[in-house]
Each structure stands twice: as structure tokens, then as C-alpha cells.
Design a binder for this molecule. Structure first.
Ligand code: ATP
Ligand code: MG
Length: 647
């Protein structure tokens, strides 16, 4: 390999270059936020292909979200000036990669994934039959932890959960479906049980020859075992992560997997990155002082800010959640509207046309982070009133509303007529036919060649009138109508006509589905995203107009790995950050790491908002780093409320 200066190749610093060009069989990059871990991982891929002659098809990169995978692919396409090279690589989440492996072996259509909401309704029935006192959501969480190799710490009887799990499993089997966790489990079993020749035969090994994993701190037991299996057979494994950003403990992730990794791969080379390129020194210092107070594992990791000094952290003390939202709204208006023509000309003159854009802030430069999804609502109300464009990122409550679940289930079936579980669940949910009829229908359909046409034939043999809300509906007509448009029309159009066909106009959850559909150009990728996407993959527009220039509203969990010039964190209150919530359990150390993740998303400006009792973590930031401000007088807030929200 020729020696190239790191500066010339990929614009890396010495430490990053060390990681990128390392030739050891196992490499672990452990480094803090904004140190260029993800950038280093992408550069490593380029390096392998360009300098080491590795075939793109031998590379697998694991990302945490589908969105991150997409961005990585785009960056590589640019780098290689070729779609083909990047296209030959396997890049995706654990779930999408495992789904690919299974599809390759069994054919895509024979794999049916049940979404979370239908899984919940199956569990609900089992709970009812077993007369248990547990919520379906909690039960699903326990089952998921069990599947993922961690047993829940809740106070539910273990024997109950085991019995529930057995029934649930046999139900899924009966429907011929897998749930989200099964996708990984099945692939793990294949790899653990099969002998090496078999895997070689299927060409499985070669795509895992060079394995790269981003956000390693958030893997769980099953994912670790997958990495171990794949890593055992590969030529090179490259993992990247930050134990201080481990925030998925409630799903069984644990930063101690770093230690296990070191034991399992003894020839490991460790590389540290210590320079933060993302944030101003003010932001880095404040975030560091928060994480420094962690209880466990004091370490030698250093994090030095590389950027020039900026403004201090602002701490806004407000009266309540509403006045926090109001402050954010006014502040955004000030930031966006604050640049008048004279400023714009000055910026243009000073920075030149190419760089001027960087200095003029748009809506998309701003993110508002919160601890729980529910906090978005009040922000949305204020933003709508003020005409601020925004998107809400995450698995919102609306997705679990009945009409939304039914629509998703219907379209899921339409997209894959072999997905009999969706068909049956849809018919059941709609109460269209009797149980007996459903059973007969499914039996006949199972014997047919499983297409919409054959379903229609089977149904026409019976000719039952269908009633829904007192109105006759023709299921067959619905099937025909939507089958003819599903792969042609835009998701937005399809959902729109679904709303009118089912008399659902004005239903809020359906409006939200519509605003999610607007972000997609194809029905299949839209539905796939809803069923398989991580929380942060699901994006809902704040209005019926699609705009790229929008403020991002998201939970702290959803913000992982991202960066924004301006970040607001709302609800930095005791009880919220750290969250104290009975069903969620509560782990102050993990909450501290969450706050650390939130703070380190900001590039230029960080604004914390608190009302009621401030979060104890605020006391860990030294007063010199903070500017305290008072949000609004009570009277002003009330006036605004009257004028804007209730007019
Ligand atoms: P996180 O822990 O939040 O995932 P990260 O370590 O993955 O952060 P990146 O997102 O890769 O960090 O990089 C953070 C920012 O720093 C990006 O804007 C990136 O372009 C920039 N950056 C990284 N390395 C360099 C470098 N050597 N020179 C200039 N900018 C850099
Ligand atoms: Mg990253």
C-alpha cells in the first residue's frame, strides 16, 4: 500500500488515519461524540476498496438506523463517483441485513414480518385468555428481552411470562409470521448451527469478509452474538462506539460488550480519537462536566474541542411546558427572521457566494429535543400558529391508533399477497366476516396460488354483503381498486383516497399518517419503513406540504449520531431528565448519558429549557458556562395563549 498523507486522503487527522489504515484483524475505535467516528468508518470503507483492493461485495457495514445507512451509501456513491460500487456493499441495520440474508435463502415473499401493533393485538388476546394483569406493551417488552437474551427485571411472575411467550410463539407460527426480534434470532441460529462449508456454499461468508459496526455501545446480546459469529468468519472486523453514549439499556444493550469484545478478539487493536470537530469549546466543556460526574468507570478518555470559541450555553427558566414551547417558537422566528437584507449582503460580501449559505440559518439547522414523544404536541401547536415548518421524527402514538393500524395492515397485504397473517388480522380487526367464514376463506386461499386475483375468486364464490359502520362496503372492490394503484400512485394519494373511501376524514391519526406518507415516493418503501424502521426512521411532516427546510422535533434517543447547528433541549426538569416513570423503570446513569448525547448534538448553539424543578444534571455544568435567562412574565404568556391558540 502506498503511503499517502492523511490530509490528502479523506481529510483525516493522524488518529483517524491510524484507525482507517490499521491492518490488524480486529480494530476497536472508542471515542467521544463528534470525534469523527462515523466519518472514520466511512473512510475506512473507501480505503479498503481503493487502497487494498477489497471487493465492495465483501463489505458489510452495520448502522443504527436505516437513515444512517442511506446517508452512508450516498457518501460512498459520491466518493467513488459510482452508484454501482456502493450498491454492491451491504449497508444497513442489523434487521435489514438479517432480512437480506433470510430473503436470499428463502425468497423475499415467503418472509412475513408482523409489525409491533399487530403483535400487540395478538398478545392482548393471549393476556385476556390467561387472565393476566399485565399491559400488552409491557408483556411484549418482557418477551423481547427474553428473546434477546436478557430477562426482564419487572415484577411479573417469570412463569407467567414464560407461558405467555410460548403461546405467543405458537400463535406467530400459526400465522406463519416472524416478529421483529425473530429476524435476528433466525439468522443467528443459522450461523451458530451451520457448519462452515455450508455457509461458504451459500456465499454468506464472503459478504461478511470485512465487517464494520457503528454505534457499538447500543448493541444487545443477540446482536453481540451475531457480530461474534460474523466476526469469527471474517477477515477483518472494525467496531466503533462510545460507552458514554450507551442509551438503550432498557432494551438490553450494555456498554460492557466492549469488554467482551476484547476477550473474544484478543488480537484487537484499540484506537482513540480525542478531537471534537463538531461543537464549540463551550458546548464540549459543558457536556464533559456532565459526563464527568458519572458513577461508574472513570476513564482516561479525553475530548478536546478543535473549533473556535462560540457563545455560552443558554439556560432558559420558564414557567411551564407551554412557556418553554413559546420561547422556542419566538427564538426560532428571531433566528430565521433575524437576518435582514443588509445582514445578508454583508454575509455574502464577507464569505463569498459559496460559503454564505453556511452562515445564514434555515429551519433545517435547528432541532428541538425532548425526553418523551408526548412533549412534541405543544411545540407543534405553537409552530403551526407561527408558520414554522417542522418535521416530527419518531414512532408517534398515532401509529398505534386503530384506523392507522388497519390501513397499514391492508396495504401490507396488498403489497405481498403471501402475507396471510395481514389478511386475517385485517379481516378480524374490521369484523367484516364471521370467524367461521374467515377460517374457511383462509383455508381456501391457502390452497390457491396466493394472489389478489385468486383471493377475489375465492371470495366471489361466497358473495356476502359487507357492512361497516352501518354502510355496505365492498371488500372486493377495495382490493381491486387499490391493487391497481398501489405500485403506481404516490403514497400520499393512496392514503388520501383510503381516507375518503373509509369515511375517515377529520380523524387526526389518519391526518398524521397522511403527513408521514408525504415523505415517501413509493408505497412499498413507505409501508416497509413503518413496519421495520427504527424510531428515528419514521418522519412526519408538520403540514401537507413537503419541505426539506424544516425544524426537526425528536426524542433524544432519535437524535443519536446526528448534529445540528442549533439545538434546543426542552423539559430539562427533574423527573423528565432523568425520567422517573414506573413502566419504564429508571436508571439515573443511563439518563445522564442521554443528556450527554443530547448536549453533544449541537454544533454552534445549545439552549436548555427548564420549568418547575430543574434537572439535577444542570448543577453539574459550571455557572461560568451558563447564561441564565428568564422566559416570560406570566401575564404575557396568558395573553399570547388567548390571542394565538384559542382564537
Ligand atoms: P457521534 O458520537 O455523535 O456519532 P462521531 O464521532 O461519529 O459522533 P462524526 O459525526 O463522524 O462524529 O463527525 C462529527 C463532525 O466532525 C462531522 O461534521 C464531521 O464532518 C466533522 N469531522 C470529523 N473529522 C474531521 C476532520 N478530521 N476534519 C474536519 N472535520 C471533521
Ligand atoms: Mg457517529
Amino acid at each position: 500500500v502506498e503511503i499517502v498523507s492523511p490530509d490528502i486522503l479523506y481529510g483525516l487527522n493522524e488518529e483517524q488515519w491510524k484507525a482507517v489504515s490499521s491492518s490488524e484483524p480486529a480494530i476497536a475505535v472508542i471515542a467521544g461524540p463528534g470525534t469523527g467516528k462515523t466519518k472514520t468508518l466511512v473512510s475506512r470503507i473507501s480505503y479498503l476498496v481503493e487502497k487494498c483492493g477489497v471487493l465492495p461485495s465483501q463489505i458489510t457495514a452495520v448502522t443504527f438506523t436505516n437513515k444512517a445507512a442511506k446517508e452512508m451509501r450516498l457518501r460512498l456513491e459520491k466518493q467513488f463517483e459510482s452508484k454501482r460500487i456502493a450498491g454492491a456493499m451491504t449497508i444497513g441495520t442489523f434487521h435489514s441485513i438479517c432480512l437480506q440474508v433470510l430473503s436470499r435463502e428463502r425468497g423475499r415473499n415467503s418472509i412475513n414480518i408482523i409489525d409491533e401493533y399487530n403483535a400487540l393485538s395478538i398478545i392482548e388476546e393471549i393476556i385476556k385468555d390467561m387472565k393476566l394483569k399485565i399491559s400488552p406493551r409491557e408483556a411484549l417488552r418482557e418477551i423481547s428481552l427474553l428473546k434477546n437474551g436478557t430477562s426482564g427485571e419487572g415484577d411479573n411472575k417469570k412463569s407467567d411470562i414464560d407461558a405467555l411467550y410460548d403461546l405467543y410463539r405458537s400463535q406467530l407460527k400459526g400465522y406463519g409470521v416472524m416478529d421483529y426480534d425473530d429476524i435476528l434470532l433466525e439468522v443467528l441460529q443459522e450461523f451458530e448451527n451451520r457448519n462452515t462449508e455450508d455457509i461458504l456454499d451459500k456465499g454468506l461468508e464472503s459478504s461478511f469478509s470485512y465487517l464494520l459496526v457503528d454505534e457499538f455501545q447500543d448493541i444487545n446480546e443477540i446482536q453481540y452474538r451475531l457480530i461474534k459469529e460474523w466476526g469469527r468468519k471474517c477477515k477483518n472486523i472494525f467496531i466503533i462506539g462510545d460507552p458514554d453514549q450507551s442509551i438503550y439499556g432498557f432494551r438490553g444493550s450494555d456498554f460492557r460488550y466492549f469488554e467482551r469484545f476484547k476477550n473474544d478478539f484478543p488480537d484487537i487493536r484499540q484506537v482513540r480519537l480525542t478531537k471534537n470537530y463538531r461543537s464549540t469549546p463551550e458546548i464540549v466543556a459543558s457536556a464533559k462536566s456532565v459526563i464527568a460526574k458519572k458513577a461508574e468507570g472513570a476513564d482516561d478518555r479525553s475530548l478536546d474541542a478543535k473549533r473556535e470559541s462560540g457563545s455560552k450555553i443558554r439556560l432558559i427558566e420558564a414557567r411551564d411546558g407551554f412557556s418553554e414551547a413559546l420561547f422556542i417558537t419566538k427564538e426560532i422566528n428571531r433566528i430565521i427572521g433575524g437576518i435582514d437584507m443588509i445582514d445578508a449582503h454583508a454575509i455574502l460580501a464577507h464569505h463569498g457566494k459559496r460559503n454564505a449559505e453556511k452562515h445564514i440559518k434555515g429551519f433545517s439547522d435547528i432541532a428541538v429535543l425532548y425526553r418523551t414523544n408526548r412533549q412534541a404536541e405543544i411545540l407543534e401547536q405553537c409552530f403551526i400558529k407561527e408558520g414554522i415548518q417542522y418535521v416530527v421524527v419518531g414512532r408517534d402514538e398515532f401509529l398505534s391508533e386503530k384506523p392507522v393500524r388497519e390501513a397499514i395492515t391492508f396495504f401490507k397485504f396488498l403489497l405481498n399477497p403471501e402475507d396471510m397473517a395481514s389478511l386475517l388480522l385485517y379481516l378480524k380487526a374490521e369484523n367484516i366476516y364471521s370467524e367461521d367464514f374467515n377460517r374457511k376463506l383462509m383455508e381456501d386461499y391457502a390452497l390457491s396460488e396466493k394472489s389478489i386475483a385468486s383471493l377475489i375468486r375465492v371470495m366471489e364464490g361466497v358473495q356476502l354483503p359487507l357492512y361497516k359502520q352501518g354502510q355496505p362496503v365492498n371488500f372486493i372492490e377495495m382490493l381491486k381498486k387499490y391493487q391497481s394503484v398501489i405500485s403506481k400512485e404516490k403514497p400520499y394519494k393512496i392514503i388520501e383516497s383510503w381516507i375518503s373511501d373509509n369515511s375517515l376524514s377529520g380523524v387526526k391519526s389518519m391526518e398524521m399518517l397522511l403527513n408521514t406518507a408525504i415523505m415517501h415516493s413509493e408505497m412499498s418503501s413507505f409501508i416497509q419503513n413503518l413496519v421495520l424502521g427504527r424510531e428515528s426512521d419514521i418522519v412526519r411532516s408538520g403540514s401537507k406540504v413537503y419541505s426539506q427546510d424544516a425544524v426537526s422535533l425528536m426524542t433524544i434517543h432519535g437524535s443519536k449520531g446526528l448534529e445540528f447547528p442549533i439545538v434546543f433541549i426542552t423539559g430539562v426538569n427533574d423527573g423528565m431528565i432523568p425520567l422517573r416513570n414506573i413502566s419504564h423503570g429508571f436508571d439515573t446513569e443511563e439518563e445522564r448519558r442521554l443528556f450527554y448525547v443530547a448536549m453533544t448534538r449541537a454544533r454552534d448553539e445549545l439552549i436548555l429549557l427548564t420549568s418547575s424543578k430543574p434537572s439535577p444534571f444542570i448543577a453539574d455544568i459550571s455557572e461560568e458556562q451558563l447564561i441564565r435567562e428568564n422566559a416570560f412574565e406570566q401575564k404575557q404568556v396568558l395573553e399570547y395563549k388567548q390571542v394565538s391558540l384559542f382564537d
